[in-house]
Design a protein around this ligand. Structure first.
Ligand SMILES: *[C@@H]1O[C@H](CO)[C@@H](O)[C@H](O)[C@H]1NC(C)=O
Ligand SMILES: [Zn+2]
Length: 313
C-alpha cells in the first residue's frame, strides 16, 4: 500500500516542480541565447526605453561641469553595526548585500540622501572585455557597481521604479599589481561557487576596495543594466580605476551560473545615448585651450540639462 501512495505523491511533486521550473524560465533572463539581452524587452518592456544603460562614454563629448561636487565616501569606512552577505546572485554576478546601520553616499550633487544597498561586479572571460560601460569604445576587464537607493524610499525594490530612485557609482578595473585588500572578499568566493549560494562575511571597510575617498566622475541619467531595466538611475562612473591582478580575475571566472557554466561575460551590450549628455567634474575636462566657443556651448548645454532636470522633478 505504501508504494502506490508514494508513487502518486512523487508524480505530484514532479508536476509542481516542472510548473515552477517552466514559470521561472519564462520570467528568467540570461546574457546569451533566447532569454539574452536582445530579447529582454519581451518580458521587461523598459529594456527598450530611450535612456538605457550601459553606454559608451565618448570622452571628447564629455562636458565639464564644475558645479558637480566630488563624492565623499567617508561613510564607506564604517564597519560597526554593519553586516555583509556575499551571494552568487542568481548565477548572474557576485554581490555583497548590506544590512544593519546605513552607509550614505555623500556629495556628488544627488537630489536626496542615498543609502548603500549592495555592490556587485560585471567581468569578462578574458581581460579585453568585461565592463558594461566603455570609454571611447574601449572595454575594461571588470566593472564594480555600488547600488544606492533614495533614503526616503526605504529599500532597493521599492525605490527601483521611482524617478531618481537609484544612484549607482561605477568603477572600471585595470590589470596591475596584486590587490591585497580584495582578499577580504575573494577569500570567500570558493563558498559561493554555485548559483544562489551565500555566506555572511566578516565586515570590512568598503573604502579598502576603492582608490580614494574623494571621487571625480562621469554623470548621466540611465537605467538598471539588468531586467527590469528601470530608467531611474543617476549614474556616476569614477574617472579613476581600481587595479587588480590577472590571477585575482581568475577567482571571479571560477564561479558558476545556473546551468553550472562558467559565470563570466555578464555584461549588457552598449545602449544608444540618444539625446543624453555626459558631464564630468574631473578637472582634466576643464581644459579650455580649444577656445571660448566650446566653453559657451558646453555651459549652455549644462544649463539646459539642469533646467530640464529641474522641470522634470
Ligand atoms: C520596502 O519599502 C516599502 C515602502 O515602505 C515597504 O512597503 C516594503 O515592505 C519594503 N520591502 C522590504 C523588502 O523591506
Ligand atoms: Zn551592475
Amino acid at each position: 500500500m505504501i508504494e502506490p501512495y508514494c508513487d502518486i505523491n512523487y508524480k505530484w511533486v514532479k508536476l509542481v516542480k516542472s510548473l515552477i521550473i517552466s514559470f521561472s524560465i519564462s520570467a528568467d533572463w540570461t546574457y546569451s541565447g533566447t532569454h539574452g539581452p536582445a530579447n529582454w524587452h519581451l518580458d521587461f518592456p523598459d529594456c527598450q526605453g530611450m535612456t538605457q544603460s550601459p553606454i559608451n562614454i565618448d570622452v571628447s563629448k564629455v562636458l565639464f561641469n564644475p558645479q558637480l561636487k566630488q563624492f565623499d565616501l567617508s561613510e564607506y569606512s564604517k564597519t560597526s553595526g554593519i553586516e555583509m552577505r556575499l551571494v552568487n546572485k542568481g548565477g548572474h554576478t557576485a554581490e555583497v548585500e548590506y544590512s544593519g546601520d546605513k552607509i550614505h553616499l555623500l556629495g556628488g550633487n544627488l537630489p536626496d540622501k542615498y543609502v548603500l544597498a549592495q555592490f556587485h561586479f560585471h567581468w569578462g572571460s578574458a581581460s579585453r572585455r568585461g565592463s558594461e560601460h566603455k570609454l571611447d569604445g574601449k572595454a575594461y576587464p571588470m566593472e564594480l557597481h555600488l547600488v544606492h537607493y533614495q533614503e526616503h524610499l526605504n529599500n532597493l525594490s521599492y525605490a527601483a521604479p521611482h524617478p531618481s530612485g537609484l544612484a549607482v557609482l561605477g568603477y572600471f578595473f585595470k590589470i596591475g599589481a596584486h590587490n591585497k585588500n580584495f582578499e577580504q572578499l575573494l577569500n570567500y568566493f570558493p563558498q559561493i561557487k554555485t548559483s544562489d549560494q551565500h555566506i555572511e562575511i566578516p565586515t570590512f571597510p568598503l573604502l579598502d576596495l576603492l582608490p580614494s575617498a574623494k571621487v571625480n566622475f562621469y554623470r548621466y541619467s540611465g537605467s538598471l543594466t539588468t531586467p527590469p531595466c528601470s530608467e531611474t538611475v543617476i549614474w556616476s562612473i569614477s574617472t579613476s580605476f581600481i587595479e587588480i591582478a590577472e590571477e585575482q580575475m581568475f577567482m571571479f571566472r571560477d564561479l558558476y551560473d545556473k546551468e553550472n557554466h562558467t559565470l563570466a561575460d555578464d555584461f549588457r551590450p552598449l545602449q544608444e545615448l540618444n539625446q543624453r549628455i555626459v558631464e564630468s567634474n574631473d578637472p582634466r575636462f576643464s581644459d579650455d585651450n580649444d577656445g571660448s566657443g566650446y566653453i559657451t556651448a558646453s555651459t549652455a548645454a549644462v544649463t539646459l540639462s539642469l533646467l530640464l532636470s529641474l522641470w522634470f522633478q
